[in-house]
Design a binder for this molecule. Structure first.
Ligand code: ADP
Length: 161
């Protein structure tokens, strides 16, 4: 049997319930999801790559067939290295579309064998992203229901009660 693995790349700074929803939906379509934390030195993340990986591992430990990893450099090279042909991206609103469309087409021009698959999130998470979560946490607002427990704790460690 051929295992169909898909790579779900992102910053995951930090992982939110929106990301987890996308992973769960993707697991219904593919045999394995490789969640790949982009180790982009140009971005200034709040959490280190290691911290982001740990939070992802903790919050997906109840799910079968999820691997958490990080990658440096070109996503297409990483996808090939993992013997996959599929990139998963989440779509929230039309606002995501332009950027995602551009990226997916660019990747297709670079390698016609690799497909990008878009997964729509649950309605509750349409307005959820990592930046909003960080902003709320910075001002000590409530992030419960938006992120997994481990992320709530990590945010409290960063910003205090
Ligand atoms: P990136 O910097 O690569 O956009 P993110 O961690 O912000 O990394 O997002 C990773 C992927 O998850 C993107 O495809 C993004 O659209 C998607 N995503 C983020 N938040 C949500 C959400 N609430 N619902 C659905 N998809 C989401």
């Amino acid at each position: 049997m051929v295992m169909r693995a898909a790579v779900y790349p992102g910053s995951f700074d930090p992982v939110t319930n929106g990301h987890l929803d996308v992973i769960e939906r993707a697991l219904k379509i593919f045999d394995k999801i490789i969640v790949a934390v982009g180790d982009n030195p140009g971005k200034k993340p709040l959490f280190s790559t290691q911290e982001r990986i740990e939070m992802l591992k903790e919050s997906t430990k109840g799910m079968k067939n999820v691997e958490v990893d990080s990658f440096l450099g070109l996503l297409l090279d990483y996808v090939k290295k993992k013997n996959s042909k599929v990139i998963i991206r989440g779509l929230r609103a039309v606002s995501d579309f332009d950027f995602e469309f551009q990226r997916a087409l660019l990747n297709r021009v670079a390698d016609g064998d690799i497909e990008t698959v878009f997964i729509m999130t649950k309605e509750n998470y349409v307005y959820l992203n990592s930046s909003i979560v960080k902003e709320i946490a910075m001002f000590h607002g409530r992030v419960n229901g938006l992120v997994p427990k481990i992320v709530e704790e990590k945010l409290r460690e960063k910003f205090g009660e």
